[in-house]
Design a protein around this ligand. Structure first.
Ligand SMILES: [Fe+2]
Ligand SMILES: [Fe+2]
Length: 322
């Protein structure tokens, strides 16, 4: 497979698992194309044309050659300069890395991270929170995230890859969509009553089982093992990151009948609000959840005969039937 084909495949998996649904994603792309066509020429020049076909602003081609044939990939949760140098060192040791795949955004994908956050509106809407309310609360966060990441040195590791002639992409929301769908469907199929049961069944998933051994598995941040679950919403899994005012969502979640939230991570303000509104929080584990999402995409590469070398915390587990 070529670099571009791998990237396109990841976007396809992301769309298939998108909380908005494939139709809504198509509508979103249509609206981006319409907005673009209405831009004045000067603004059109500044516009990132990739946004016309890729609905995930936080996932991009980062460095190297899009047409390069790939047989071996190195995949990590965070790829900084050290990660890029690791790929070069592996090559020196006889394991040539054709492509680096990072999960967390770098480069322009980091600069544009906030643009995927509106997707979270659909996640909360699935749990019963009206779209206008979720959108209103999330909007404050989107703007604050944009300001927070604006001064960052976005291009540090992509520049290293470019200098060393290594190809690099990053896949963020497509992988997070995949874990969101996987965990949501998994929980829905079980008839669970208490928070402790939810934690137990999460630990049966290989990535979370491994993370538990590593000290970063599922834990309860609000509520207790004996607490009644109520309606479960997997809400902190996809859509970029959490922004300012995120804690305001808990009052609404309680109001619209959500009893338990499953998330990758939450802040202390979130936890305080959840406790105040009697919402349980189960933290599935950040890196384990990111790994599970990536695994769903990497399985597709494995099926095409590509070798996967995990690094930077990535827990590789294959679901490919052998
Ligand atoms: Fe993630
Ligand atoms: Fe993450």
């Amino acid at each position: 497979m070529k670099v571009q084909e791998i990237f396109d495949l990841a976007i396809k998996v992301g769309i298939e698992n998108d909380p908005r649904g494939t139709k809504e994603v198509a509508n979103y792309l249509k609206s981006v194309r319409k907005d673009y066509s209405e831009l004045p020429e000067k603004k059109k020049k500044e516009f990132d044309k990739e946004k016309l076909t890729n609905p995930y602003s936080d996932s991009k081609f980062q460095a190297g050659d899009k047409n390069k044939a790939v047989k071996r990939v190195m995949v990590g949760i965070d790829i900084g300069t050290g990660g890029v140098l690791l790929a070069k060192e592996l090559e020196r040791q006889g394991k040539k890395i054709d492509l680096i795949i990072a999960h967390h955004p770098v480069g322009k994908a980091l600069a544009d991270l906030h643009e995927v956050m509106d997707l979270q509106t659909s996640v909360y809407a699935k749990g019963g929170v009206p779209e206008n309310i979720a959108e209103g609360i999330l909007r404050e966060g989107i703007e604050s995230v944009a300001r927070r990441i604006a001064p960052v040195n976005h291009y540090e590791s992509p520049m290293t890859a470019e200098l060393l002639g290594i190809s690099m992409i990053n896949i963020h929301t497509p992988a997070d969509n995949a874990v969101w769908k996987f965990v949501s469907d998994y929980i829905e199929k079980k008839n669970l009553k208490r928070v402790g049961e939810l934690v137990d069944i999460l630990k049966e998933i290989p990535e979370y089982k491994k993370a538990t051994e590593l000290g970063a598995g599922p834990v309860i941040f609000s509520g207790s093992e004996k607490s009644r679950l109520g309606k479960v919403l997997v809400s902190g899994m996809t859509g970029g990151t959490d922004g300012k005012a995120h804690e305001k969502l808990y009052e609404r979640m309680a109001h619209y009948g959500i009893g338990t939230e499953v998330a990758m991570h939450v802040g202390d303000e979130d936890r305080d609000e959840a406790i105040k509104h009697y919402i349980n929080i189960v933290i599935a584990g950040h890196i384990a959840s990111d790994s599970l999402g990536l695994n769903i995409i990497m399985d597709e590469l494995e099926k095409k005969g590509i070798e996967i070398i995990p690094c930077s915390g990535y827990i590789r587990y294959s679901r490919v039937k052998k």
